[in-house]
Design a protein around this ligand. Structure first.
Ligand code: SF4
Ligand code: SF4
Length: 482
């Protein structure tokens, strides 16, 4: 018998003196135990224990419970890892039975020139398409959408769980001149009544979409504001360097009135950190928080392109600490969610419901690139990953002129087979099923690619336990991976 390699020990800090939280990485058990017992278990990690040694070390009364909950195992390290890998492979193949998620790219052009945009990377070549862009003609649009329908039929069976969804993505998908494309997509891609349409938009030309937002149209929009007007207008600028704050604010209010849900994103680095409290005050003044369809979240600017000003970036731990510090000084900051809040909400809900983590929080992969996401542009190219679009060599397939499609086996396997089981450091990591293994593009498959997940998880689990013991409720916000 030995302590399972997939046991997580969480220090509860201020929340519970004299106790620690044990969490198990594949049974999904959560248990409060005396610190003394947790410390003994940590010391015994990797040691094979039998008979009296086991009883003396852990106490007779604890052994059966620890075994039942997964923290004690009869398996040797290799056997346990083999079981874990089998479990992940089965789980991964189960998640591929979810309904497909389509991301439709009307065009790669964008009317803004944000300094940190990864799509300006010469490797991605997105903005090269800005010159001479013409709308595809109606026949081309129909042919591409026929191909999307064929893909939807192929990947949706009577056993498919959940409902297909469609997200408009770009460049900027909701430019005024793209309305005919978006309108046709809304009409043709309604595979079934429950299909949900969303968009990731900069929000500058949303006023051209009257009648297409809200129930029956695009139900949810992710729109970015990067701070109060003075800061935002220096970052999210047009090709002529003009600010966009007022236009976006007007359009967010308009979309909320139309009944769309708004997920307001704020990209944070050192240069706009101090401006967040005034943005929070402005959001409250605008009355957006009174709408049930409104939420706002903070995301650290990532290093995605060669000339991103590295000195301005906030590494993950610093980002969370800075936001928490600002939150203590400025109560209005409480309206912003950020990645750890999403994780804490998920864990709190799990504690409150006592439900099976495999049905809620466990994930064998980081994002839809490795399961059911298809990103399609109007050349008919099919991609798996949002940051690898418009790169012909990254295609996983192609829509064909006869309205059918071809999938490229090698590339499909490359993207769809990645899971925590195929990434060396993740396959032995006790946090793997909570983490999903990190983004394949941002984090190369090497040690140290964790983006501080273990630290963030421990913090979120301790906070969730604190809220749980005080009887507080979780909010519904869970966060975004891309
Ligand atoms: S990315 Fe790091 S924390 Fe996440 S599963 Fe892999 S090794 Fe674990
Ligand atoms: S999370 Fe990473 S791998 Fe997944 S779609 Fe986004 S960029 Fe691509």
């Amino acid at each position: 018998m030995r302590i399972s390699d997939y046991t997580i020990f969480v220090d509860l800090n201020q929340h519970s003196k004299g106790s620690q939280l044990l969490i198990h990485g594949y049974s999904g058990a959560f248990d409060l135990v005396p610190t003394e017992l947790a410390t003994t278990m940590k010391v015994l990690a990797g040691v094979s224990l039998t008979g009296d040694t086991l009883r003396d070390a852990l106490g007779e009364g604890h052994i059966e419970v620890l075994k039942r909950r997964g923290y004690l195992t009869e398996w040797g390290p290799e056997e346990e890892r083999a079981f874990f890998l089998r479990y992940i492979r089965q789980f991964h193949s189960y998640t591929k039975g979810n309904a497909p998620h389509f991301m439709i790219v009307p065009a790669y052009e964008c009317n803004l020139r944000c300094p940190y945009c990864y799509q300006e990377d010469p490797g991605a070549r997105h903005l090269q398409a800005k010159k001479g862009f013409e709308l595809p003609d109606e026949a081309t649009m129909r042919r591409v959408l026929d191909g999307v329908q064929a893909l939807a039929r192929e990947f949706t069976t009577e056993r498919t769980r959940s409902h297909p969804s469609v997200t408009f993505y770009g460049g900027e998908p909701l430019l005024a001149k793209h309305r005919p494309i978006v309108e046709m997509c809304l009409e043709v891609l309604r595979f079934e009544p429950k299909v949900e349409f969303r968009a990731i938009s900069n929000g500058t030309e949303l006023d051209a979409y009257a009648g297409l937002l809200g129930p029956g149209g695009i139900q949810e929009l992710q729109i970015t504001l990067d701070g109060a007007a003075s800061i935002h207008n220096r970052r999210r600028v047009t090709g002529k360097g003009e600010g966009t704050f007022d236009r976006i604010v007007k359009n967010v209010s308009f979309a909320l009135q139309e009944g769309a849900r708004i997920n307001l994103r704020v990209n944070v680095d050192r240069s706009n950190l101090d401006s967040l409290p005034s943005l929070a005050v402005e959001i409250r003044r605008l009355g957006w928080c009174e709408s049930t369809g409104f939420s706002a979240y903070l995301a650290p600017v990532q290093s995605n392109k060669n000339d991103t000003n590295q000195a301005m970036l906030l590494e993950t731990r610093r980002f969370h600490a800075s936001i928490e510090e600002l939150g203590r000084e400025h109560p209005d900051m409480g309206l912003f969610h950020f990645p750890n809040v999403g994780l804490k909400n998920q864990l709190l809900r799990l504690l409150q419901s006592g439900s099976d983590p495999a049905q809620s929080i466990f994930k064998p992969t980081f994002c839809g690139a490795h399961t059911v996401m298809f990103i399609i542009d109007f050349s008919g190219a099919i991609y798996a990953c949002m940051e690898r679009t418009n790169e012909p060599s990254a295609r996983i397939g192609q829509l064909l002129p006869d309205g059918q499609f071809e999938l490229f086996e090698g590339m499909l396997e490359y993207w769809r087979n990645r899971s925590v089981a195929t990434t060396a450091p993740c396959s032995t990591c006790s946090y793997a099923l909570f983490c999903g293994g990190g983004c394949a593009v941002k984090q190369p498959d090497t040690a140290g690619h964790c983006d501080d997940f273990q630290y963030r998880f421990d913090q979120a689990a301790a906070d969730a336990w604190g809220d749980f013991s005080r009887g507080e409720r979780a909010s519904s916000w869970e966060g975004h991976s891309c």
